[in-house]
Design a protein around this ligand. Sequence first.
Ligand code: ZN
Length: 251
Amino acid sequence: MIAIISDIHSNLEALQAVLDDIEKRGIQRIVCLGDIVGYGPNPRECLDLIMERCEACVCGNHDVAVFYEPYSFNLGAERAAFWTRTCLEEEPNKEVRDRRWQFLGSRPVKYRGEGFLCVHGSPRKPINEYIFADDVFSNPNKLMDNFRRLEEMTCFVGHTHVPGVLLDDPYFDPPDELGEPDVFELGERAIINVGSVGQPRDRDWRASYVVLKEDRVEFKRVKYDIEKTVKKIRSIGDLDDFLAERLKEGR
Ligand code: ZN
């Protein structure tokens, strides 16, 4: 069994709740699809937990943004990226500070497991491309091109913060519309979005992740102390209040 998590976005309460849930299920292996930081109030703590608990972690666009000028970010996201950089830079312990920067700056863009691929965005543009449910109707060529470039049967992605399964028909199923709700039986080519731990956008505020078993993928939701996270965001001037509001609304 492998737990696959994504888009933590410096939300420590959500990450801790998900890690506890994973441990409770007796799952030892964890892979992270990136965006450890950005938006939220606890980049240091989230980085430390991911370094300690994950066997692999690929690079997300918000992880990159801490190093360079944020690219195509809205104002709130850009300010959060600059704040994150300062927060990591102001860590007083040099060894700890360097270890976090080193980790964040050396993430691979892809990770290959046994029969599956892990990326943040999409198979053809691993860091930045969004694969939306709407692409089934509005941009099927983009989807089909991604499936063509996919060598594995299964690809795990994050980035949109919306969990679900894309098939090459093309077709998108949110978790609750799968044959057995929240369960995808492996066997056909699929791009599976694991949703977001720290900032879900499917109108459900609970942290999202998946468990990969031998023949199936199970979608999980976990409650966490969201009020605590919201309070922290509101207390940091460089983090827009909207970032707290959207957590509560799951958007
Ligand atoms: Zn993200």
